[in-house]
Design a protein around this ligand. Sequence first.
Ligand SMILES: Nc1ncnc2c1ncn2[C@@H]1O[C@H](COP(=O)(O)OP(=O)(O)OP(=O)(O)O)[C@@H](O)[C@H]1O
Ligand SMILES: [Mg+2]
Length: 500
Amino acid sequence: MASEKVLIVDDERLVRWSLRQKCEEWGYQVSEAESGADGLRLARNESPDLVLLDVRLTDMNGLQVLERLKLNGDARAVIMITADPQLEDVKQALKQGAYDFIGKPVDYDELRVAVKNALEATQLRSENETLKKEVLQRRRAAYHDVVGESQKMLDLMSFVNKVASSEATTILIQGESGTGKDLISRAIHFESRRKDKPLIVINCSAIPETLMEAELFGHEKGAFTDAKAMKKGLFEQADGGTLFLDEIGELSPLLQAKLLRVLEEQVIRRVGGVKDQEVDVRVIAASNRDLEKAVRDGQFRQDLYYRLAIISIFLPPLRDRREDILPLVGFFIERYNKRFRKSVRGITPETRELLLQHDWPGNVRELKNAIERAMILEDDDLLHPLYLPFSVGSPLSSLTAFEAGSGGNVSSGASMAGGATAEMITVNGKNLPRLSIPEGGTSLEEIERAMVEMAMHQANRNQTQAAKLLDISRDALRYKLKKFGLIHTDEEEAGQPSNG
Ligand SMILES: Nc1ncnc2c1ncn2[C@@H]1O[C@H](COP(=O)(O)OP(=O)(O)OP(=O)(O)O)[C@@H](O)[C@H]1O
Ligand SMILES: [Mg+2]
């Protein structure tokens, strides 16, 4: 076996020299760096098995170096070395994933044991991790860019896998806006025996009720005034394939009844037609509304709901699977690096904290948009918090209190939307200061943008509701969304039936 690589990062030449003597004597391959920056560069190039890292470096704090090393995954194990070990540092370093802590002057017997232990302990882990990474990567590739490492997503994907290859003809996908319903429906189609047949997508809320029936089932020549020729409906077009009915909750009662019949009998009848026609179509229905509640409220047919829900997939909100946040960030960085010809390497520790803490009311779509925006604006090769829509210290941060909306409460009782008069508001148990204009001033336009963005979040991207929150018309809201570039690409596309 090739000898393991040890990287020594210390600004004192003499210390480096004696550490190198010892490590070489113990059979390791050694390289050294005299600064944090150098150490990070070497670690990146050499992927050392172990880093011996001084806590007090001239250019950086060793803890910062540690954090970067861990973030980039550039070192298997790290042992911190310091002349004055302070409890706080030790605790912090161990928390950040350092394997051990050694005092200066170094006791070489102690170091030898620590090094040996660190390498042994991480050997297994790194083998497992490589293996796990490979499995995950394969799974990811097999699953059409669905990223998810949380147990929830892994379970879900194995269920999706099963469902895709089954003969099930109706599948219901539920989940908040932005959780990946479209994405999963595509994965199901392309993992099924139907993959070489059409995937047809239609958004039930985008087509007027009067046109919907002909759209779905087609019409005979002369069925109505404009019906100059026979036209096949989407069911016929999707024959052998998959029909994705998005926002099924918006389907009118009449069409709900007709759909139920199709699902039960696998036959359709064109508008104005007299005979039924067999179709072989898998219907995937999706909704970001709680359909069970819609049933209780009398807005959705119970029998249709039961029929759809035989195989039902629920996509959990991102805040309930925070382990997926960082893998998704990595995935989107990779994607936008390619798309924007950039070479962003990762995110800063502060950005990571913010991303992990944020509640993501807009789920993966919100995360994707946040990364996209940051990558457009960022000049460095790490994403800093400055360009996050909810970053601390940006003009928006004084407004984050609003965002909590339903999750928080205004302790003074003053209505924030009615004016910035509240003294102190409590959000998820945290007290936040009242709104004020920062010393250097602020930008009203930025604040307006933030308010619009937050209203959209809070309303789950429902424009009518968001407009209501801001007490403006829906048209005014749409204008502002356009003006601030807040319309999501997939919102613009949504609504048109399309061949997948
Ligand atoms: N697990 C995931 N891995 C990678 N990308 C994801 C994942 N989930 C969602 N996305 C991306 O996030 C965006 C939103 O996902 P999608 O359009 O599927 O959400 P949705 O649930 O259909 O939302 P809506 O209810 O608003 O229609 C898409 O760009 C999608 O590719
Ligand atoms: Mg969707």
